[in-house]
Design a protein. Structure first.
Length: 158
């Protein structure tokens, strides 16, 4: 009876060690490839990877900085192909023919284990101007995450 218990204990310990070793190998591989786990990326790192690397800069804002009276008739979303194989390139264009429109866009995403779930950016759009807003997906470390965009506010510059 004691021998069976001892064998069961040894098997359980070996299985736990193997599972732990697999996780350590995956984490080691990410580190060796120079990638930190996606759940540990900071707000600034996510902004850089999701937006800045696709020329979608804008200005950093918080939702309290602007009224949320988005005037959606002033802008339209235009999609094209994304060169990163992570969905489609998204652009926004002002349909105003003579005024500058200031817009605030919320980029939201869900990355398991990462507390950062959104990025807010402000943009100035000249009359009929079109600017890029990144891709419909964010690809990192072999994984693909959806990125949603929402116009929170659109106002004319005085």
């Amino acid at each position: 009876m004691k021998t069976r218990s001892l064998i069961a204990l040894i098997v359980a310990v070996l299985l736990a060690a193997c599972q732990s070793g697999q996780k350590e190998n995956a984490n080691r591989q990410e580190r060796e490839e120079g990638l930190k786990p996606v759940s540990e990326l900071s707000y600034g790192e996510l902004w850089q990877l999701i937006l800045a690397d696709h020329n979608a800069g804008g200005k950093d804002v918080t939702s309290e900085d602007y009224q949320r009276d988005a005037m959606r008739q002033l802008v339209e979303i235009v999609t094209g192909e994304c060169g990163t194989d992570c969905g489609n390139q998204v652009q926004i264009q002002s349909t105003s023919s003579d005024r500058i429109v200031m817009i605030v866009i919320r980029f939201s995403f869900d990355i398991p284990g990462n507390p950062v779930t959104e990025i807010l950016r402000a943009y100035d759009l000249g009359s009929m101007e079109k600017i890029p807003l990144g891709c419909t997906h964010f690809c990192y470390g072999g994984e693909r995450f959806g990125v949603k965009r929402e116009v929170l506010s659109a106002t004319f510059r005085k």
